[in-house]
Design a protein around this ligand. Structure first.
Ligand code: PDD
Length: 281
């Protein structure tokens, strides 16, 4: 079934949605995006995603093309028009259309695109097998730009090796998965995750999971960790809007938590889904 997508003010069938070859999102990856998950037809962590969108836009010198209420109405209308119960809404804002020039154009209107994707988010999770790879991305990973070729190449490379994803490493420390934040659980049960900086994306799921974990008495250490520390850890997991809390059961051939999802990751996933359902709008 064809989806109804959003393009610059109109809700139209996906086959009818087209944009200019001069769109700067296409030519320069001059665009930022958000992915918001949907449970029971409602938006999870919506305000967090819109706050990060505003920040990303600001960092690349673009205004917010609409306010929170308009974004909410747009997201809700897409969800309803597509009958989406569980999945996500992808939203992208590019600087707009102008003849190819490295300088930012002036007085162009931004291109706003949004569409839904059907996904099983709350189902049983198998656990990821990951391989490490040098982090070759640019140094402003805190901005959620559509410049995703390095991540896409990395994940495709992992698949070719029969694995599920990568963990990227820089200066000896783990940065991120191809599209997720990374965590380990120490033998004392502490949850370790890299602190926020321009080296990683400030995950919205990360913020929510850390808050929920803290409220439930988990010890949290925000600091970098090495691959060796990860391989020797009790458990490992990743978070993102499209995976929630997803266990990692193997790193570079070393099995973790006996090769099956660990109890901390499973518990955090349950809590996140429970709270997500409760707070979704
Ligand atoms: N990506 N780090 C990177 C590099 C990411 O691309 C993502 C999410 C995250 C997790 O952020 P959040 O919890 O806000 O989803 C961390 C989305 C899901 C994507 O590109 O599809």
């Amino acid at each position: 079934m064809s989806r109804i997508v959003y393009l610059n003010g109109a809700f139209i069938p996906e086959e009818e949605a087209s944009i200019s070859i001069f769109d700067r999102g296409f030519l320069f990856a001059d665009a930022v995006y958000e992915v918001t998950s949907v449970l029971d037809g409602k938006l999870v962590d919506f305000d967090g995603h819109m706050a990060r969108l505003e920040r990303s836009l600001g960092e690349v010198g673009m205004p917010m093309p609409m306010d929170r209420e308009a974004w909410l109405a747009l997201h809700r209308e897409l969800v309803v028009k597509n009958g989406l119960e569980e999945g996500c809404v992808y939203l992208q804002v590019s600087r707009g259309v102008a003849d190819r020039n490295f300088l930012f154009p002036e007085n162009v209107s931004q291109t706003v695109v949004a569409f839904t994707q059907l996904k099983n988010l709350a189902g049983e999770k198998k656990g990821l097998r990951v391989v490490s790879i040098p982090d070759i991305r640019w140094r402003r990973r805190d901005i959620k730009t559509v410049q995703l070729l390095a991540a896409s190449m990395s994940k495709t490379g992992a698949k070719k090796q029969g694995k599920d994803d990568v963990w990227m490493v820089e200066d000896g420390f783990v940065t991120e998965g191809s599209s997720s934040n990374t965590y380990i659980v120490t033998s004392e049960g502490a949850i370790v995750t890299r602190q926020l900086s321009s080296s990683i994306l400030p995950g919205i799921t990360r913020a929510a999971v850390l808050k929920l974990a803290e409220e439930r008495g988990f010890v949290i250490e925000e600091r970098p960790f090495t691959l060796d520390e990860a391989k020797a850890a009790q458990e490992a997991f990743v978070t993102s809007a499209t995976s929630f809390v997803l266990p990692v059961v193997e790193i570079d051939g070393t099995e973790l938590s006996g090769g099956v999802p660990g109890p901390t990751a499973r518990r955090l996933n349950e809590i996140y889904i429970e709270e997500g359902r409760r707070n979704a709008i």
